[in-house]
Design a binder for this molecule. Structure first.
Ligand code: DHB
Ligand code: FE
Length: 284
């Protein structure tokens, strides 16, 4: 049977990928940031996931303004990356898990979430940078990529994203195959890359999110998209991916690790590990 081992939520700033490629981890600018990931990798070595369901937002590599699904799920055997600029090397292909992908797709569509299914899908820095942070060397996990539109308005509301996560959680609970599943949310926290508020970071709101996502995610579902833009900047809407993943976890979770460092490039950078609480594991 499948088991959800927990979740990692992390920022995905492209410059992090460049820093990894260039080996800058111990430089003074980067060390306080990368130090946040040691405990995450230690936890991953303990829980040993073999498949990662990665909820991220595409930035124009696979989808563009002409066609932009609200929610899309990859169902490919392999996912390629491509040159998006940012000084990022092109990542080697990622093996997929089509059986789990189709199970999630069938389950969420039956659950009234009419997702776009992608049998070909380029994955951008929203996926590749977190994978390089979590598995800097050998990586043995397969992936199921899931994207949330944060580019072309209207965006799905925080409440809708949380409910989509609930549907994903129900899908994972009914998967018959053997799998140790890690959920990954990527993006955020506060940042705005353009316009009059370019460079905007809101540490207070970021710390509020790190607390509420673990203890009271419903508080975040009461926010509107405009609230998030106001508090977290235009690109702070990437926080929607965190709400999807939180919805897919059981109500009771334990925050095994949380780390915040700002700025990294233009972003309030955070990483968090959430594990189902013991009571939830017993009930499953
Ligand atoms: C930055 C952050 C992002 O989330 C992104 O997709 C691109 C750039 C940044 O902080 O530079
Ligand atoms: Fe981004």
């Amino acid at each position: 049977m499948a088991k959800v081992v927990g979740a990692v939520a992390t920022s995905h700033v492209p410059l992090i990928g460049k820093a990894i490629a260039r080996g800058w981890q111990d430089q003074p600018y980067w060390k306080p940031f990368f130090d946040g990931y040691g405990p995450v990798r230690q936890w991953l070595a303990e829980v040993r996931p073999d498949v990662a369901v990665v909820v991220y937002n595409d930035h124009g590599l696979n989808f563009f303004l002409d066609k932009l699904p609200t929610f899309a799920i990859g169902a490919a055997a392999t996912y390629c990356n491509a040159d998006e600029g940012w000084g990022l090397p092109v990542a080697p292909p990622f093996p997929g898990h089509p059986e789990l992908s189709w199970h999630i797709i069938e389950s969420v569509v039956a659950d009234e979430f009419d997702v776009t299914t992608c049998q070909e899908m380029l994955v951008d820095h929203g996926l590749t940078v977190p994978m390089a942070l979590l598995w800097p060397g050998e990586r043995s996990v397969r992936i199921v990529p899931i994207t949330v539109n944060h580019v072309q308005y209207p965006l799905p509301s925080p409440a809708r994203c949380f409910k989509f996560g609930r549907a994903i959680g129900r899908a994972l609970a009914t998967f018959d195959g053997e799998a140790r599943i890690l959920l990954v949310a990527t993006g955020g926290l506060s940042h705005q890359l353009d316009g009059a508020r370019a460079g905007f970071i809101n540490r207070r709101f970021d710390l509020f999110c790190l607390d509420k996502i673990a203890t009271d995610p419903e508080a975040m579902t009461r926010l509107s998209i405009l609230d998030i833009v106001r508090e977290a900047g235009a690109q702070g809407t990437e926080l929607l991916t965190w709400l999807v993943v939180r919805g897919a976890l059981p109500p009771d979770v334990v925050a095994r690790h949380a780390h915040y460092h700002a700025p990294i490039s233009n972003t309030g950078a955070a990483v968090m590990v959430l594990e189902p609480a013991r009571s939830e594991v017993a009930a499953a």
